[in-house]
Design a protein around this ligand. Structure first.
Ligand code: FAD
Length: 536
């Protein structure tokens, strides 16, 4: 059973010398750590906050080729992402869910029906015609049958095609678990605060701060990769204060509303008032909508959603679904991510800036990743390890790289299992499936933490078990880790998990030895965050 034990990981980090130190525990760092470990390299990974705290838990949560990048003739990018999507459906069927998407076309839209037809043909072609359901062009009537809430005024027709939805934070976590399963030493709340050098100025390691205790440790490695997403320029400056910026940060906001307020049957492509493409995606009892794309110039940790962002999304949704009449009062949650895009040459608009990635090597040997997509993380990681450690690629590790991720390495629970667990805990089958499907075959680990006597509130029974599991197996260290990245409480429940904060903090506190003060601090921190939507 996989168990991410932070204390022993920190001891290992200080005691060993590694081939590779990865800075950043988002999907990029996780992917590289996994890929390098599969090739037999000694790998360390440190993350300054929680795993996937950055962009990797704040995306649109799609595993997709990015249909709209075809317009920018980014065929290589789209092809790779579509191929990776097909692979990830096999590697993580518990987390990568095939979803139908409806794409309506209206009079005056910047994309014609013909363009859409050509684009979708190429899209399905890249999937070698193995898309779960090949695209189909639809008349206005057929489109409205699929999505009756859509505006019919000016509707020319459209298409239905397939892409995938995921839980981005959890996908990053299972990739890290896989890396650790192959020997990588990984720790969260461990931030690089400086580098140290050998003779000739070449980096030999990093001073890492345990941000929970303030302790410092030195991690030694032959190569250092910064996979710091939006923080890449900050890391470059740690290495060289004169380093010029390589990123253009753009802010992307999403919001979730109760599904009954936006009753979608499919994911739907909608447009902002400036014709930008966005998605409205159904997710069990909620529908979420996003994203915006505007330049951001502050410090990455301070990014916040603004009223203008919310208005932009609500306007677009109400325009696409006129009967919905959504207002701010309907918003259950919102989340904000920063795209670590490559700085464009010239003055391209944020949406026209490439989603491809690049590596930047400094004189001292630091390698920095800029750009990238969640969907193609595995292919990107494989290329990065090729560059860092030439000649380590073999047919065997290419096969291993596409092997199932934790949770897909055993039979997935089915209806009979949901029913049995529902009866055991007083929940409905749908509830158990909603809370637990994300664990896949690792569900049996969670079940071990169910109390002998369930609470009268089945949601509390299950969230207690998930919390203990998160502490013991997924390195959750703070209440906010459980609230926002190990469960759906923050983003996809009516009260953002407020009701359960005390109970779950007590559960975590007893497992992690928290004082009463620490416990109060954790609860107060989460309450404030919910109020200010600070983490969102
Ligand atoms: P991050 O996830 O930000 O990880 C970097 C990590 O480095 C952070 O956790 C940070 O805390 C850590 N770090 C920084 N400095 C230090 C330090 N000094 N020491 C230790 N750790 C440090 N892609 C898709 O494929 N599908 C989508 O639907 C999609 N939607 C998106 C929507 C939005 C709004 C945005 C912003 C992006 C979207 N993307 C999508 C792109 C995708 O989410 C990102 O490319 C990807 O998550 C970036 O991952 P990363 O690991 O590079 O960065």
């Amino acid at each position: 059973m996989l168990n991410l034990n932070r204390k022993s990981m920190l001891n290992d980090l200080a005691a060993r010398r590694f081939d590779l130190l990865v800075v950043g525990g988002g999907i990029t760092g996780a992917g590289v750590a996994r890929e390098a470990s599969l090739r037999g390299l000694q790998v360390a990974l440190v993350e300054q906050f929680d795993f996937a705290y950055g962009t990797s838990s704040r995306s649109t949560k799609l595993i997709h080729g990015g249909l709209r990048y075809l317009k920018q003739f980014d065929f290589k990018l789209v092809r790779e992402a579509v191929e990776e999507r097909q692979r990830l459906i096999q590697m993580a069927p518990h987390l990568v869910k095939v979803t139908p998407f409806v794409f309506p076309v209206y009079r005056g839209d910047s994309d014609s029906l013909l363009k859409l037809r050509v684009g979708l043909f190429i899209y399905d072609w890249f999937a070698r015609m193995r898309a779960a359901v090949p695209h189909k062009m639809l008349s206005p009537g057929a489109l409205l049958e699929l999505e009756p809430g859509l505006r019919d005024d000016g509707l020319l027709g459209g298409a239905v095609y397939t892409d995938c939805r995921t839980d981005d934070g959890r996908l990053s976590l299972v990739v890290l678990q896989s890396a650790a399963g192959h020997g990588a030493v990984v720790a969260n709340y461990a931030g690089v605060q400086s580098f140290f050098r050998g003779a000739g100025g070449r980096l030999e390691g990093a001073v890492v701060r345990d941000t929970l205790t303030g302790d410092l440790l030195e991690v030694r490695a032959a190569r250092i990769l910064a996979a710091a997403g939006p923080w890449a320029d900050e890391i470059r400056r740690l290495d060289d204060p004169e380093a010029s910026p390589v990123l253009r940060l753009t802010k992307g906001v999403h919001l979730a509303v109760p599904r009954e307020r936006l009753p979608l049957g499919n994911a739907v492509v909608i447009r902002g008032r400036d014709q930008r493409i966005m998605f409205a995606v159904p997710l069990v009892e909620y529908s979420y909508i996003g994203t915006t794309d505007t330049d951001f110039s502050g410090r990455p940790s301070q990014v916040r959603g603004e009223r203008d962002d919310v208005d932009y999304i609500l306007d677009a949704t109400n325009h696409a679904f006129p009967e919905s009449r959504l207002t701010l009062a309907d918003v259950t949650s919102l989340w904000v991510g920063l795209r670590p895009l490559l700085r464009p040459v010239g003055d391209a608009s944020p949406s026209a800036t490439t989603r491809d990635y690049a590596l930047f090597q400094s004189q001292s040997g630091l390698v920095n990743v800029g750009g990238g997509k969640l969907s193609a993380f595995r292919a990107m990681a494989s290329h990065i390890v090729d560059v860092l450690f030439p000649n380590t690629r073999s047919a065997a590790n290419l096969t291993a790289s596409a092997s199932p991720l934790p949770g897909a390495d055993g039979p997935l629970p089915g209806q009979a299992e949901w029913q049995r667990l529902a009866a055991q805990t007083g929940a409905t089958t749908q509830q158990v499936e909603k809370w637990c499907a994300r664990y896949g075959s690792a569900l049996k680990q969670v079940v071990q933490y169910l109390p002998a006597k369930p609470d009268p509130d089945p949601a509390l029974t299950w969230h207690r078990a998930m919390t203990l599991h998160a502490v013991q197996h997924e390195m959750a260290q703070r209440l906010e880790d459980v609230l926002s990245r190990r469960t759906d409480l923050l983003l996809f429940t009516d009260d953002n998990g407020r009701h359960y904060l005390q109970a779950l903090a007590r559960e975590m506190g007893s497992a992690l030895g928290w004082s009463n003060d620490r416990l109060r601090e954790e609860v107060a921190g989460c309450e404030k965050a919910i109020d200010q939507r600070k983490y969102l």
